[in-house]
Ligand binder design. Structure first.
Ligand SMILES: [Zn+2]
Length: 413
C-alpha cells in the first residue's frame, strides 16, 4: 500500500502547469492522535505543500495521502460538537428552504454527512440519507435514526440510495469536497444521483479568506483543494451543473457556499456571475500577493511563540481544543517543547490521547479545575466564542486566554 501519491495535474482543469506557493516541510497527520506518547512523537510525517495551477489559478496540495491511512484509523472529527455548527445548520436549513423548492417527500442526501448534524435539521420534514466513510460518526448518526451509509461516495453508494429511495431532490455537502481524493468521480456521482431540476448545494473553505488573513492552519493533509469561485465554477460548468447562487459565510474560518442545479443546458445565473466578477478584482490569488505570503504568515504566528517562550517556567500553559490544525499551529509558532502541559478537549474520542509530533496529552475539559492554568491557548480559535462561554462557567482565577488567529490576542477571563 502506497502511503501517498504526488498530485501532478490540476484537480479542476487537469493542467500540469503547477507552481509552489507555500511549504511547511513534513508534518504528521493532524488527526493522528495516538494512545501513547512515544507513538505520538514518532507519528509518521508527510510533506505539506500548496501549489497553484497556472492555467486556472486553483490551489491544491502537492500530495494525496492514502485515504485508508488518512481517515480509517484515528479519525475522530465530529461536526455536532460545537454550538456554532448547530446554529450554522439551523440557518442553512432556512436558507435552502427559501432558495429551492424542496417539499415534504423530497429526498435530501448529504455527502460526507459525519454524525448527521446537518441532516438532523431536515429529518422529520423530508426524507434524509447520509453517506460517510468514517466509522464513529456514522454509528452516531444511525443511533440518531439518520440513515447513513458507511462508505465513500462512490457508484456503489449511489446505487444503494437509488434502489432504496430513487433520485435525490437535493444533494448537500459541508466542508467535505476538498477532502475527496477522486473528486471528478464524486461530482459525476452527485450528478447521476440528482433528478433533473434537482439542487446541489455545498460549502467548502474559501481560500481567499485564508490568504487575506494568513489563516494558514486550515492547510492540512485532509484538505486537498483550497477553493475560490473562479476556477471552481468553470469546473462545475464542465461537470454540467448550472450555478444559481454563490455566497460566503464565517463557518470554519470562512466558507464559500455554492448552489447548483442540474439543468439541460448548464449556465451561470446573474447573482453568481456578479460574485465571480467581483472575485476577479481581488489580488489575493495573484503572484504579487503570494510571493511573500509565507513571510506574512510567519510574522503573524511568531507573535504566539515569542509570547509563550518569553514567560517564565512557573507559568502553567495549557491548550484548549485539539483540532487537526493544532499540530501545525504549534510547529509554526515555534513554541518550545514541553511548554504546553496539556490540552483540554470536549470530544471524548480525542480525550486521553496524545497530539501527534509533540506528544501533548489531551484531557477532558472538566480537568481544568484541578490545574489552575495561568495561560490557555485556544487552538480551536474558530470556535473561540463558544469556548470562552464554556470557560466562564469554571471558577478559574487570574488566567489569561490567548486567541492566536486571525490576530494574536490576549484577553483576561
Ligand atoms: Zn487548473
Amino acid at each position: 500500500m502506497n502511503k501517498y501519491k504526488k498530485i501532478v495535474n490540476c484537480r479542476l482543469c487537469n493542467s500540469k502547469n503547477l507552481i509552489d506557493i507555500i511549504s511547511f516541510n513534513k508534518l504528521p497527520l493532524g488527526n493522528d492522535y495516538q494512545k501513547n506518547k512515544i507513538k505520538a512523537i514518532k507519528a509518521i510525517k508527510f510533506p505539506l505543500k500548496v501549489k497553484q495551477c497556472k492555467n486556472c489559478n486553483h490551489f491544491q496540495l502537492s500530495i494525496s495521502v492514502n485515504p485508508n491511512i488518512l481517515y480509517k484509523t484515528n479519525y475522530t472529527y465530529l461536526s455536532g460538537i460545537g454550538k456554532t455548527f448547530v446554529d450554522h445548520f439551523n440557518s442553512y436549513y432556512k436558507w435552502i428552504k427559501n432558495k429551492t423548492n424542496i417539499k415534504k417527500k423530497s429526498l435530501i442526501v448529504d455527502v460526507g454527512s459525519n454524525d448527521g448534524s446537518c441532516l438532523e435539521k431536515f429529518k422529520n420534514k423530508h426524507i434524509v440519507c447520509g453517506v460517510d466513510p468514517a466509522k464513529i460518526p456514522v454509528q452516531l448518526a444511525n443511533k440518531k435514526k439518520i440513515f447513513t451509509i458507511l462508505s465513500d461516495f462512490n457508484q456503489k453508494a449511489v446505487k444503494i440510495i437509488l434502489n432504496k429511495y430513487g433520485k435525490a431532490d437535493l444533494v448537500t455537502s459541508h466542508n467535505v469536497l476538498a477532502h475527496i481524493d477522486k473528486n471528478n468521480e464524486v461530482f459525476e456521482n452527485i450528478y447521476d444521483l440528482l433528478k433533473f431540476d434537482g439542487y446541489f448545494c455545498f460549502e467548502v473553505g474559501y481560500f481567499l479568506n485564508v490568504l487575506k488573513d494568513n489563516l494558514f492552519d486550515t492547510i492540512y493533509h485532509e484538505h486537498l483543494d483550497y477553493h475560490h469561485a473562479i476556477p471552481l465554477t468553470k469546473f462545475l460548468i464542465k461537470k454540467k451543473f448550472s450555478i444559481l447562487n454563490i455566497s460566503t459565510n464565517k463557518i470554519q474560518g470562512g466558507s464559500l457556499r455554492i448552489l447548483c442545479k442540474k439543468e439541460i443546458s448548464p449556465k451561470i445565473y446573474n447573482q453568481a456571475l456578479n460574485f465571480i466578477n467581483n472575485e476577479k478584482k481581488v489580488i489575493y490569488f495573484k503572484r504579487k500577493f503570494l510571493d511573500n505570503w509565507q513571510e506574512k504568515i510567519q510574522n503573524n504566528i511568531f507573535k504566539l511563540g515569542d509570547y509563550v517562550n518569553s514567560l517564565n517556567n512557573e507559568n502553567i500553559i495549557i491548550g484548549y481544543g485539539a483540532p487537526t490544525k493544532s499540530s501545525l499551529l504549534i510547529k509554526m509558532s515555534k513554541i518550545k517543547n514541553n511548554r504546553i502541559s496539556l490540552i483540554l478537549e470536549d470530544n471524548k474520542f480525542k480525550v486521553n490521547r496524545f497530539l501527534p509530533n509533540t506528544g501533548i496529552k489531551i484531557v477532558p475539559t472538566a480537568k481544568i479545575t484541578q490545574i489552575n492554568p495561568d495561560i490557555i491557548i485556544i487552538f480551536a480559535w474558530n470556535f473561540s466564542k463558544d469556548i470562552l462561554i464554556k470557560l466562564k462557567n469554571y471558577d478559574i482565577k487570574n488566567c489569561k486566554i490567548i486567541i492566536p488567529l486571525p490576530k494574536f490576542k490576549i484577553i483576561k477571563l
